[in-house]
Design a protein around this ligand. Structure first.
Ligand SMILES: Nc1ncnc2c1ncn2[C@@H]1O[C@H](COP(=O)(O)OP(=O)(O)OP(=O)(O)O)[C@@H](O)[C@H]1O
Ligand SMILES: [Mg+2]
Length: 358
C-alpha cells in the first residue's frame, strides 16, 4: 500500500503526459504520419495562427509536396488559379478525412472549414531568407523581381471577380534556383466585391499591408493595396530593412535613399502613398514604369561598359608610345644607315680618284 502511494506521483505524471501527448497528436500530426493514406509527413515547417505547414512525401507519385492545414477558403481560391508564378494546387480534403475520423472537439461544420491543402513543393527559399543570407539585392535585379511580381498581380487582378492577394511580403515569395519568383500562401486573399466599402476582416502584415487594409482609415482593399505591398517588398529587397522601420525611422529612410536611384525611390514612394488614388492604379501601369527603369538601368550599364572600354583604350597609349618609340628607333637606324652608306660612297669615290691619279 505504502509503495503504491509512493508511486502515485510518477503514475499521475505519466497519465498527464499521456494526455498532453494525445492532445498534441490531434493538434500537430507527427513526422512520418500518413495523411489521407497517401501523404507521409516529413517535417513541420511552420506552425502559425491559422494552421501548420509541412513538407510531405506523396507515396503514390514519390514526390515531395507541401501540406498546409488551413481554412477551406484558401484551398478553394488556390484551386482556381493557374499561373507559372503561383504555387500549384494539387489536392485538398477535410481535416476529418485526413486520419479517417472526425477529430474530437470538432463539429462537422468546423471540420469542413479546416482542410489539408496539398500544393507543389517549390524549390529555393523565401525572399526573406535569401536577403538574410546574401544581403540586399542590387537595383537591377530588384527591378527584375518587381516585374515578375507585377505580372503575377496583373493575372490575379484581371480575374473575374479580381482576386486581391493582400499579404504581399518577402516571406510569401519563393525565389527559385532559376531566379524565377513564385507566390505562395493565399491565406488572406479575397475576391473583390463591387459596392462594398470595407473588408469583412482586416488582416495583413505590419509594414507591408496598405493603410486601407490595416491602418486607421479602413476601406475595401483593391488592386492598389497589393501595389502598396509590392512597393514595400522592393524597399526591403534593396535595403534588407523591415519596411515598418523604413516608414517610422529616419535611419531606415536614409538607408533606402542610399540604396535606390532617384527614379526607383520615386517609384517606391508612389507605390506606398497612403491615399490609393495617388498610387499607380494598376499592376500593368507599374510594370510599364519598371520596364522603363530596367531599360534605363541597362542603358546606364551599357554606357558604363562603353566608358570602361574607352578607359581601356585610353590605357593603350603606353602601347602606342612603345610603338612610336620603336618607329623612332627604326627611323634613326635608317638615317644612320643612310649616313654610313653615303660616307662609304664618298670614301669609295675618294679612293677611286686617288687610284686614278696615281
Ligand atoms: N509550396 C511551398 N514550397 C516550399 N515551401 C513552402 C511552400 N509553402 C510554404 N512553404 C514554406 O512554409 C512557410 C510558411 O508557409 P505559408 O506562408 O503558406 O504559411 P503561413 O506563413 O503560416 O501563413 P501566414 O503567412 O498567413 O502566417 C513559407 O514561408 C515557406 O518557407
Ligand atoms: Mg506566409
Amino acid at each position: 500500500m505504502y509503495q503504491a502511494l509512493q508511486e502515485l506521483p510518477s503514475a499521475a505524471f505519466l497519465f498527464l503526459s499521456c494526455i498532453v501527448t494525445k492532445l498534441n497528436m490531434t493538434e500537430i500530426p507527427q513526422n512520418g504520419r500518413l495523411i489521407n493514406g497517401r501523404y507521409q509527413l516529413v517535417r513541420l515547417l511552420k506552425k502559425g495562427e491559422m494552421g501548420e505547414v509541412y513538407t510531405a512525401k506523396d507515396i503514390l507519385l514519390r514526390d515531395f509536396v507541401i501540406i498546409k492545414k488551413t481554412r477551406a477558403e484558401e484551398a478553394r481560391i488556390i484551386s482556381g488559379l493557374c499561373h507559372p508564378g503561383i504555387v500549384r494546387y494539387l489536392d485538398a480534403f477535410p481535416e476529418a478525412e485526413a486520419f479517417g475520423t472526425v477529430s474530437s472537439g470538432h463539429k462537422a461544420g468546423t471540420a469542413l472549414n479546416s482542410v489539408f491543402l496539398v500544393e507543389e513543393y517549390v524549390p529555393g527559399e523565401t525572399l526573406t531568407v535569401y536577403v538574410e543570407k546574401n544581403g540586399p539585392i542590387p537595383e537591377e535585379e530588384t527591378i527584375g523581381i518587381g516585374l515578375q511580381i507585377c505580372e503575377i498581380l496583373n493575372y490575379l487582378h484581371s480575374l473575374d471577380p479580381p482576386l486581391i492577394y493582400r499579404d504581399l511580403k518577402p516571406d510569401n515569395l519563393m525565389l527559385q534556383p532559376d531566379g524565377k519568383v513564385k507566390l505562395i500562401d493565399f491565406g488572406i486573399a479575397r475576391e473583390y466585391v463591387k459596392w462594398e466599402d470595407q473588408d469583412t476582416n482586416h488582416f495583413g502584415t505590419r509594414g507591408y499591408a496598405a493603410p486601407e487594409q490595416y491602418g486607421e482609415s479602413l476601406a475595401q482593399s483593391d488592386a492598389r493595396s497589393d501595389l502598396y505591398g509590392l512597393g514595400m517588398v522592393l524597399a526591403y529587397l534593396l535595403t534588407g530593412v523591415d519596411p515598418a522601420r523604413i516608414a517610422a525611422e529616419e535611419e531606415g529612410k536614409e538607408m533606402l535613399r542610399n540604396a535606390a536611384s532617384q527614379a526607383l525611390l520615386q517609384l517606391i514612394l508612389k507605390c506606398t502613398e497612403t491615399e490609393p488614388l495617388k498610387r499607380y492604379q494598376s499592376a500593368e501601369i507599374l510594370a510599364y514604369e519598371l520596364k522603363k527603369l530596367k531599360s534605363e538601368a541597362g542603358f546606364r550599364r551599357t554606357k558604363d561598359s562603353e566608358q570602361s572600354e574607352r578607359a581601356a583604350l585610353v590605357g593603350k597609349p603606353l602601347q602606342t608610345a612603345d610603338h612610336k618609340k620603336k618607329q623612332g628607333l627604326k627611323s634613326v637606324l635608317l638615317v644612320i644607315l643612310l649616313i654610313l652608306g653615303c660616307s662609304a660612297g664618298v670614301l669609295l669615290e675618294f679612293f677611286f680618284l686617288v687610284w686614278l691619279s696615281s
